[in-house]
Design a binder for this molecule. Structure first.
Ligand SMILES: Cc1cc2nc3c(=O)[nH]c(=O)nc-3n(C[C@H](O)[C@H](O)[C@H](O)COP(=O)(O)OP(=O)(O)OC[C@H]3O[C@@H](n4cnc5c(N)ncnc54)[C@H](O)[C@@H]3O)c2cc1C
Length: 462
C-alpha cells in the first residue's frame, strides 16, 4: 500500500554517542553515592510518624528506620533492618521504582524533593560489600524436608531464601543456563551489574539451596514426578516470558525480534548488532532497555515508537531521562500497522499517527488511529516490546486453575494454587510486574509452604 507520507521520520546523521553507549559497554551507568552525599541525602528524610513510603513499598521496608540508622553511622544495622523484610536488598536498591513511593505518597525531604530511597539503600548495600561485611544470615539446622522451586527469578530466589532459613531442603529448577530470571536475561547489566545477582545466589548456596539449571519443569520433568521424588511442596515462579505480539502483517519477517526474546538472546550471548536503524515499539521499561541495549550492540539510529503521549509512558522517568541522554528519540502518538519486507526480510515499517480518545476511570486515554495519516519508516530491525504473557508449561500435567489472563490462579492471601501442595507467585500470578511485588508475594508463599508442611492453618492470623 502506498502511503501519503514517506519516511516521515528522516534518518539522522550518526553522531558521537556518549561513552556509556559505546559498543559492548554494559558497565553500570548510575554511580552510587559517596559517604558525604549519602549523609546529606539521609538528612533530608523527615522521619514521618506515619511513613507513607513504607506503606507504598510493596514489601513494607522500614525505610525511615534504615535511613535513621544510616544517619547515625550504623550502616551495618541499617542493612540488617532492611534485610528483615527484603530478601534481595542489593537488587531492589538498583531496580525498584522508588519514585512511585515518593511521589505517590508523602515522603519528602526538607527541600520538597522526594528522598532518593533507592540510592540510600544502595549505598548501605555497597558499603557492606566494600567493607567485606558478611551478607549471610545464620541458617537453621536442616530438617530434610524437600521443597521444589520452579524458576530462579526473584520470586524463586525469595522463596528459597525464606525456606532455607527455616531449614528446608530447597532445590531450584531453572530452564535457562543462566540464573536470576528477568534480573539476568531481561534487565541489562548497565542497570543491574551481574556480580550483584551472583552475590545473592552465593548466599542461597551457603544456606544449602541446590540449584539445577537447564531443566524445564513440565517438559523435562513433571510436577507429579517431583512429588514422587519426595518433594512435599512445589513453588511455581516461572515468570512471564512469552512476548506479546503486535498482531500486524509481516511480524514473522526476519528482522523482527520481540523485546524479551531480544534481551534474553543478548544476555545469553546469542544476539548482537541488529543493523543501523532500529525501531522499538512500546513505552515501558522493557522497550527502553531494548533501545539502550541496541545502542550498545552497535546500532546508531534507535528510536521508540509509542502509541500514546509521553506523559502516558509507563517507563520510569529516570529511564526516559537516560534514554534521551544516550541519543534515542521517542516518537509518540504513532503505532505500526504493517511490516513490509523484501525476500523475507524487513525493509520498512508502515505506521499510523494516533490521537488520544476517551479516557477510562483510571484517567488513561484510549489511543485512536488518525485516518489517512500512514507513514513509512525504513528500518533494519523492529523490536516490539509491548508486554509479556505467562507460558503455562511449568504446570503441565496437573489441572491447575488459570485466570482469564492466563496467569496461575492462587488464593490471594496464601498464594496456594488449586492443587494444595502447589504455590505460585511473581509475574506468573500478577502478569509482568516488578521485582518488589514478586518478592512480596514470594514471602507470603514461603510462609504458606512452611505452615502447609507443619500441618498448620494457612490463613490464621494473617
Ligand atoms: C527488560 C525488563 C526490565 C525490567 N525492569 C524492571 C525494573 O527496573 N524494576 C523492577 O522492579 N522490575 C523490572 N522488571 C520486571 C521484573 O524483572 C519481574 O517482575 C521479575 O523478574 C519477576 O520475577 P519472577 O521471579 O516472578 O519471574 P522471572 O524473573 O521471570 O523468573 C522466572 C524464571 O523461571 C524460569 N522458568 C520459566 N518456566 C520454567 C519452567 N517450566 N521450568 C523451570 N524454569 C522455568 C525462567 O527461565 C526464569 O528464569 C523488568 C522486566 C524486564 C523483562
Amino acid at each position: 500500500m502506498e502511503t501519503k507520507e514517506r519516511l516521515a521520520i528522516p534518518r539522522q546523521q550518526p553522531k558521537e554517542l556518549p561513552a556509556a553507549t559505546r559498543i559492548g559497554n554494559f558497565s553500570e551507568v548510575v554511580s552510587g553515592y559517596d559517604a558525604a552525599a549519602a549523609q546529606q541525602e539521609a538528612e533530608r528524610c523527615l522521619q514521618c510518624k506515619k511513613p507513607l513510603c513504607r506503606e507504598g513499598c510493596p514489601i513494607h521496608n522500614d525505610i525511615p528506620g534504615f535511613i535513621r540508622l544510616l544517619r547515625e553511622g550504623k550502616i551495618e544495622e541499617a542493612y540488617w533492618l532492611d534485610r528483615q523484610t527484603n530478601s534481595l536488598p542489593a537488587i531492589c536498591s538498583r531496580v525498584c521504582p522508588h519514585e512511585f513511593q515518593c511521589e505517590g505518597h508523602c515522603i519528602r525531604g526538607k527541600k520538597g524533593e522526594p528522598v532518593a530511597i533507592g540510592m540510600l539503600e544502595r549505598y548501605i548495600v555497597d558499603w557492606m560489600v566494600a567493607n567485606q561485611k558478611s551478607l549471610l544470615q545464620p541458617c537453621a539446622l536442616p530438617n530434610h524436608r524437600k521443597v521444589a522451586i520452579v524458576g530462579s527469578g526473584p520470586a524463586g530466589m525469595s522463596v528459597a531464601y525464606y525456606l532455607a532459613h527455616e531449614g528446608y531442603a530447597c532445590t531450584i529448577f531453572e530452564s535457562l543456563p543462566l540464573l536470576g530470571g528477568m534480573l539476568t536475561v531481561g534487565i541489562p547489566p548497565y542497570r543491574l551489574p551481574r556480580p550483584v545477582i551472583e552475590g545473592e545466589f552465593a548466599a542461597l548456596r551457603n544456606c544449602g539451596v541446590e540449584i539445577v539449571p537447564g531443566v524445564t519443569i513440565g517438559r523435562d520433568k513433571s510436577l507429579a514426578e517431583l512429588k514422587n521424588e519426595g518433594f512435599e511442596a512445589v513453588f511455581l515462579g516461572p515468570g512471564a516470558h512469552a512476548s506479546r505480539k503486535l498482531g500486524v502483517e509481516g511480524e514473522d519477517l526476519c528482522g523482527v525480534i520481540h523485546g524479551v526474546d531480544y534481551l534474553r538472546r543478548v544476555n545469553l550471548g546469542e544476539a548482537g548488532n541488529l543493523g543501523r536503524n532500529v525501531v522499538v515499539v512500546g513505552g515501558g521499561n522493557v522497550a527502553i532497555d531494548c533501545a539502550r541495549t541496541a545502542l550498545r550492540t552497535g546500532s546508531d539510529q534507535v528510536f521508540i515508537l509509542y502509541r500514546r503521549g509521553r506523559e502516558e509512558m509507563p517507563a520510569s522517568k529516570a529511564e526516559i531521562h537516560h534514554l534521551e541522554e544516550e541519543g534515542v528519540r521517542i516518537e509518540t502518538l504513532a503505532a505500526p500497522v504493517k511490516i513490509h519486507g523484501e525476500n523475507g526480510r524487513l525493509r520498512r515499517i508502515e505506521c499510523i499517527r494516533m490521537k488520544l480518545g476517551e479516557c477510562d476511570a483510571s484517567g488513561r486515554c484510549r489511543p485512536e488511529p488518525v485516518e489517512g495519516s500512514n507513514f513509512m519508516i525504513e528500518a533494519d530491525a523492529i523490536i516490539p516490546a509491548i508486554s509479556q504473557d505467562v507460558d503455562p508449561t511449568a504446570g503441565s500435567g496437573l489441572e491447575l486453575a488459570m485466570s482469564r489472563w492466563g496467569t496461575y490462579q492462587v488464593d490471594e492471601l496464601t498464594m496456594q494454587c488449586s492443587v494444595p501442595w502447589v504455590f505460585a507467585a511473581g509475574d506468573a500470578v500478577l502478569g509482568p510486574q516488578t521485582v518488589a511485588k514478586a518478592v512480596h508475594q514470594a514471602r507470603q508463599a514461603a510462609e504458606s509452604i512452611h505452615r502447609f508442611l507443619q500441618g498448620r492453618d494457612l490463613k490464621e492470623g494473617r
